[in-house]
Design a protein around this ligand. Sequence first.
Ligand code: ADP
Ligand code: ZN
Length: 726
Amino acid sequence: MAEQGWYPAGGRIAVLTAKPIGRPLDYLAPEGGCAAGAFVEVPLGPRRVLGVVWGPGDGSFDAGRLRTVARVLDVPPMREELQQFLLRMGAYTMTSLPAMLRLATRTPGLFDAPGARKVYRLAGRDPGRMTEAREKVLEVLQGQDGLYLGELAEMAGVTPQVVKGLVKAGAVLELEEPRDLPFPRLDPDRPGKALSDDQAAAAAALRAGEGFGVTLLKGVTGSGKTEVYLEAVAECLRRGRQALVLLPEIALTTEFLARVEARFGARPGEWHSGATQSERRRLWKMVAEGGAQMVIGARSALFLPFRDLGLIVVDEEHDSSYKQEEGVIYNARDMAVLRASFCAAQVVLASATPSLETWVNAESGKYARLELKARFGVSDLPEMRAIDMREERIEPVHWISPTLVGAVQGRLMAGEQAMLFLNRRGYAPVTICRACGHQIGCDHCDARMVEHRFQNRLVCHQCGETKPIPTVCPACGVEGKLAPVGPGVERLAEEVKERFPGARVSVLSSDLFGSARALKEAIVDIAGGGADIIIGTQIVAKGHNFPRLTLVGVIDADLGLQGSDLRAAERTFQLMRQVAGRAGRAERPGVALLQTFQPEHPVIRAILGGDEEAFWRAEAEARRAAGVPPFGRMAGIILSGPEVAPLFEIGNELARRAQPLAKVGAQLFGPAPAPIARVRGRHRVRLLIKADKAAPLQPAIRAWVRRVKLPNSVRLAIDIDPQSFL
Ligand code: ADP
Ligand code: ZN
């Protein structure tokens, strides 16, 4: 039987494995044959490895030496659409196919034979003897459906023996892995909220979309973008297709999942680093089999094997966390558009402050644009004002101006919430020696170490290295002269407690929570009125709904303007608007106050004036004039290695031999030290390429880097469309 996409037993097939071989290898189809795209196990040297049947064999192999596929796995074959996406994304980001396959199969236990794994669950019986370790295991198991031994032991911080002991004592059940069950059905026809006129118009436009297309859904925070795109999800589900909603931050999901459940009557699948291995495995399989209609996930959800993906929503599409900066370097927002183009799906890019790239695509008509003008139930954005710090009389080692203190006091008296925003984790960004001026840096990176008083350590925000706070200066040896300089949120919290002694203060900073779950709980508590003053870093800027919040004070609105980054103005603009959008989301009107030393700066003026279009037009003009993205293309080359000298040698050799780049009209800058010149003990040197938008950049880069041989200790990474540079 010679079906389309079916290889009969003994036929020659090409199998792509995740091993770094570079290309699919030829094998013989197993007894019973196999489908195109089938997941298989093949012999490779002495081992068996996972692979995907990529196509017919290319015959370049001696038939007598061909080996046969060992096993066809019991999961649906990879669809043509996903294969095409991996191919194209690999070509665009200059990533090898095996590395792309790894992205699509990074799910532990996915291919174990049924029953090969055991899961552990609470039995509800007393273990008799209780120890601290046992208690931890039982605590971790609370509210879990079943965890694997390895992950349970790790989450509880105990040895597997402790778990086994609890099984013997009858307090924990050891079960065969249950069959992965489909997710509960979502019902798109349950009544949604009654939409306002422009919400209804936007929802209708999204529902009408067919096939591939991209829409920018723009509206200030609280205007109902989520309500509107859930209507697009409903329509997608009605058509029997699957929907994916990408969110930038795990912390968003509590509130979000509840909303989806309220709308569709059941919870969607969740895909993020906090999900357990068995949850991930279930979702991966159900997405492939059609047993999951909707997935809410972080950027890597883009590589799930959807059976029929009809809609991708990228919420907060401007968020920089969509850019993956390590391993395979890619921008999930752009790759969402690419994937949608292969599966005839609609894309909705939602934001109050779109990225300039998206704004330009909407201006030029490449993307459709829908706008929600009013905030739902509230007439306007919060009132925004600058506090001119040059005129404030502020005590030394304090950061909250008298004007802002007065405003917070007013909220406290009214029983409302105030938020102070400072995008700096930790206690103080710099520790300096008052005797010699030395600043304490990381031993492995060119970064200064940040004091975290809560942990009582210095932390490198680049590599995560920590060390105790020294009492003696490592440079001059003088004792007792080390002092923190500048504020982080922990230090700001001290000032708040001193100024507002009776207030309940909550600090929201990602590093203060042991788990995503704990962070979610804190957010729910705050939304319910559990704090009077919220101090937060970047994570508070993203979508949480605090109905009692009516004042946002931005401690240092100039912070984002100081870098020499191409996107500094855009980032600051987005962040300030998002933060300001937190205030007054319910009925009570909000006020946002921005402390700044440069109230006349164009970005600060655009934020305060509310003339967003003017800001984007000016920013687009500046970029067009400079020929930089989105009007030109850029790529970064990062060389890293244990010694700095060879990196510059190779960088210079690359620069000398850049004819392939010159041929396509591209310019090369560098080599120069990368923005962070040393990370985890590895030095980094960067070259930057700038080209015309239409230049065939990837083939030119490929031909170019091939000319220079790298020593084993040196790694070369390519970053197409870099987000941060200089
Ligand atoms: P955005 O995604 O633009 O920030 P949301 O969709 O989260 O806005 O809406 C903000 C708040 O207003 C949410 O609590 C939402 O439930 C509510 N809301 C928005 N539109 C409506 C509506 N038509 N009817 C009732 N509540 C609405
Ligand atoms: Zn470091």
